[in-house]
Ligand binder design. Structure first.
Ligand code: APR
Ligand code: PHB
Length: 390
C-alpha cells in the first residue's frame, strides 16, 4: 500500500497534521496503536493560544471551540494569602487565550477526518519504521494478526513520548535534554461550577495548586504531590480539604466540592530531542518534546510544530521546494526552547521544591510580589502565556 505521508499516532498532533494535509490534497494514512475510544477518552489540559485557535480554524475544525470554548482575558496568581490578576489582554495589546479541552479538540479532529473519509488505522500493533534515511520510507504493522506495509514519501512521528518514531532513530543521531521534577500533579475533574471565571495558579507553603475549568459547569483542580504518591490515598474529601488549604480564604470558600469524575496523578518533566528530522522522518509534538503542564504549552507546541511541518510538506508537494523541510527542525526548536524555558520558570516559581531552604522560598515570594507590582515583569509573563509568535 502507498501513501504520501504516513502519520504515526492519532493524538492531536497527528490528527491536526492529517487534517491540514488532506485539505491541501495530500494523501495521508494515520497509524495508531490504541482504539479510537481510548484516544478520545484521555483527559488533558485545555488552554489554547491564539495561534493554535487560528490553526484549528484553518483546519476547518474550530466550530465547537468557538461555540463551547471560553475566551479568557486574564488569570490570577495566588500567594502569601493574596491574589493578583494578570490582565493578559491589557499587557499584550489585546491578546487572549481560549479554554477548550484537548479532549474536545481531539474529538473534533477525529470526527472531521472520518467525515472526510481519510484512513485512520486504530489498534495497529508492532509498528516498525524503516528506510526513512532512503527515498522510500516504509511503515510496517500488524492488525488483527494480519501484516501490513505502507510505502510513503515521508513519515511524521506524532506518537508521543513513549512512541516508536523517536525510538527508531539511531542514538548517535539524536541528542536528548531532560529534567524530571521531584513531584507530580494530582488532578480532579468535577461537575461543579469553577471557583472563579478565570484560572488561578497558587504558590503555597503546602505546595502548588491550580483552579481551572472545562466549562461553566465542569471544573478541573490540581495539587502538587510527591512523585511516589498513591492515588488510593486521596479521597475526594481529602483532596478538597488540601486544595482549600493552599488557596486564599475567599477562593477556598468558592471551591464547590463534588464527586470526582476523573482523578489521576501526572508526573512533571521537561524534555527536548534534537534534531526533529532524520532523513524523511519528522518528529512533532510530544514525540520530540515534553513540558510540565504549568504553562499549558503542551498542545500549543504540538500545534506550532504541525503548522511548520504542514507548511513545509505542502510547499514540497506544490513547489518541489526543500526549503521548509530543511528549516523545519531549527524553526520548531527555536520556539520549543523558549516555551520550555517559560514552563520550567513558572514551575520553579509556583511549586515547593523538596529540600528548598527558607531563603529559596522567600525568593519565590519576592518574585511573585515583584510580578504583582511591575508592569514590565507581568508583561513578560503575559506575553509568554498567550503564546510567542509562530
Ligand atoms: N504506534 C502507533 N501509535 C502510537 C505508538 C506506536 N508505537 N506509540 C504511541 N502511539 C500513539 C498514542 O497512543 C497516542 O494516541 O500516538 C499518540 C500520541 O498522542 P499524544 O501523546 O497525545 O501526543 P501529541 O499528539 O504529540 O499531543 C501532544 O498531548 O500529552 C499532551 O501535553 C501534551 O498537549 C500535549 C499533547
Ligand atoms: C487544565 O485545565 O487542565 C490546565 C490548565 C492550565 C494549565 C494546566 C492544566 O497550566
Amino acid at each position: 500500500m502507498r501513501t504520501q505521508v504516513a502519520i504515526i499516532g492519532a493524538g492531536p498532533a497527528g490528527l491536526l497534521l492529517g487534517q491540514l494535509l488532506q485539505r491541501a490534497g495530500i494523501d495521508t494514512v494515520i497509524i495508531e496503536r490504541k482504539s479510537r475510544d481510548y484516544v478520545l477518552a484521555r483527559i488533558r489540559a485545555g488552554v489554547l493560544e491564539q495561534g493554535t485557535a487560528d490553526l484549528l480554524d484553518a483546519a476547518g475544525v474550530g466550530g465547537r471551540m468557538h461555540s463551547e470554548g471560553q475566551v479568557h482575558e486574564g488569570f490570577s496568581l495566588a500567594f502569601d494569602g493574596r491574589q493578583h490578576r494578570i490582565d493578559l489582554k491589557d499587557l499584550t495589546g489585546g491578546k487572549t487565550v481560549r479554554v477548550y479541552g484537548q479532549t474536545e479538540v481531539t474529538r473534533d479532529l477525529a470526527d472531521a477526518r472520518d467525515a472526510a473519509g481519510a484512513t485512520t488505522i486504530y489498534q495497529a500493533e508492532d509498528v516498525v519504521l524503516a528506510d526513512f534515511d532512503g527515498s522510500a520510507p516504509k511503515v510496517r504493522f500488524t492488525q488483527d494478526g494480519a501484516f501490513h506495509e505502507f510505502t510513503c514519501d515521508f513519515i511524521a512521528g506524532c506518537d508521543g513520548y513513549h512512541g516508536v518514531a523517536r525510538a527508531s532513530v539511531p542514538p548517535a543521531a539524536i541528542q536528548l535534554f531532560e529534567r524530571v521534577y521531584p513531584f507530580g500533579w494530582l488532578g480532579v475533574l468535577v461537575d461543579q461550577p469553577p471557583a472563579d471565571h478565570e484560572l488561578i495558579y497558587a504558590n503555597s507553603a503546602r505546595g502548588f495548586a491550580l483552579c481551572s475549568m472545562r466549562s461553566a459547569t465542569r471544573s478541573r483542580y490540581y495539587i502538587q504531590v510527591p512523585t511516589d504518591e498513591r492515588i488510593e490515598a486521596w479521597s475526594d474529601d481529602r483532596f478538597y480539604d488540601e486544595l482549600r488549604r493552599r488557596l486564599p480564604a475567599a477562593t477556598a470558600e468558592a471551591v464547590k466540592a463534588g464527586p470526582s469524575i476523573e482523578k489521576s496523578i501526572a508526573p512533571l518533566r521537561s524534555f527536548v530531542a534534537e534534531p526533529m528530522r532524520f532523513g524523511r522522518l519528522f518528529l512533532a509534538g510530544d514525540a520530540a518534546h515534553i513540558v510540565p503542564p504549568t504553562g499549558a504549552k503542551g498542545l500549543n507546541l504540538a500545534a506550532s510544530d504541525v503548522r511548520y511541518l504542514s507548511d513545509a510538506l505542502i510547499e514540497h508537494v506544490s513547489e518541489h521546494s526543500e526549503a521548509g523541510l530543511n528549516a523545519y527542525s531549527t524553526r520548531a526548536l527555536a520556539r520549543i526552547w523558549k516555551a520550555e524555558r517559560f514552563s520550567w520558570w513558572l514551575t520553579s516559581l509556583l511549586h515547593q521544591m523538596p529540600g528548598a531552604s527558607p531563603f529559596e522560598q522567600r525568593m519565590q515570594l519576592a518574585e511573585l510580589d515583584y510580578l504583582s507590582q511591575s508592569r514590565a515583569a507581568s508583561t513578560v509573563l503575559a506575553e509568554n502565556y498567550v503564546g510567542l509568535p509562530v
